[in-house]
Write a protein that binds this ligand. Structure first.
Ligand SMILES: CC(C)(COP(=O)(O)OP(=O)(O)OC[C@H]1O[C@@H](n2cnc3c(N)ncnc32)[C@H](O)[C@@H]1OP(=O)(O)O)[C@@H](O)C(=O)NCCC(=O)NCCS
Length: 184
């Protein structure tokens, strides 16, 4: 797979040098608020994650998100496709933009749109879904902009910050992707 280019961002392979930034992000409580992480992570934990990811199915390797800054590219997060079911032609997406100064600029929606395009038009998937905590309103809004629709919820499925929260399931079907493309 070669680098996936969008209008303002690109998705490239993750390198070992990226791990220091990931380590910073996964220890930032504001970043991990909407994630299934609650313990501090050491640099060794992150190195181990990188080693595991390097050996994973090539279609499920996480990708670095970079935004164009003049002539350079700035690393702002990572995202990926995982849990691919060949029989059902379905998979799940995940994303972290760790650079908080880059939130709310539409990069999350753009990265998810690139992953949808990759999932439908390269991996030939039929259904692409994600899970998001109900009170992660920034994420929900970003996913809606990328075309995800709410398909259901697991009630009180997660306990975070002293309360139970619903976990929302959002998805895009291939038929919806095709319709959207024709409308453009
Ligand atoms: C969730 C995340 C991927 C979204 O990416 P992003 O680039 O910040 O989001 P976008 O710019 O695409 O969209 C954010 C939208 O939420 C809106 N928003 C932000 N805060 C909001 C709030 N408190 N209430 C309502 N809307 C809000 C923004 O205005 C924007 O909508 P708009 O373009 O219609 O104005 C990113 O913020 C992130 O990685 N956060 C930390 C990790 C995380 O939560 N990952 C997702 C786990 S499911």
């Amino acid at each position: 797979m070669s680098i996936i280019y969008g209008k303002r961002i690109r998705l490239r392979a993750i390198e070992r040098e990226d791990v220091a930034k990931f380590h910073k992000w996964v220890n930032d409580p504001e970043v991990t608020r909407g994630l299934a992480m609650y313990l501090p992570l050491s640099m060794q934990d992150e190195e181990n994650w990188f080693d595991r990811m390097s050996k994973s199915d090539p279609d499920e390797k996480p990708l670095a998100i970079e935004v164009r800054k003049g002539r350079n590219w700035k690393l702002i997060g990572n995202c990926g496709v995982f849990g691919i079911s060949l029989a059902n032609r379905s998979a799940e997406l995940g994303i972290i933009i760790g650079e908080k100064s880059e939130w709310d600029k539409g990069y999350g929606a753009e990265a998810m749109t690139l992953l949808l395009q990759h999932g439908f038009e390269t991996l030939n998937l039929n259904r692409i879904f994600l899970r998001v905590y109900e009170d992660n309103v920034r994420a929900v809004r970003s996913y809606e902009k990328a075309g995800f629709v709410l398909e259901g919820r697991q009630r009180q499925a997660v306990y975070k910050h002293g309360k139970y929260e619903d976990v929302l399931f959002m998805s895009v079907l291939r038929s919806e992707w095709d319709t959207r493309k024709k409308e453009k």
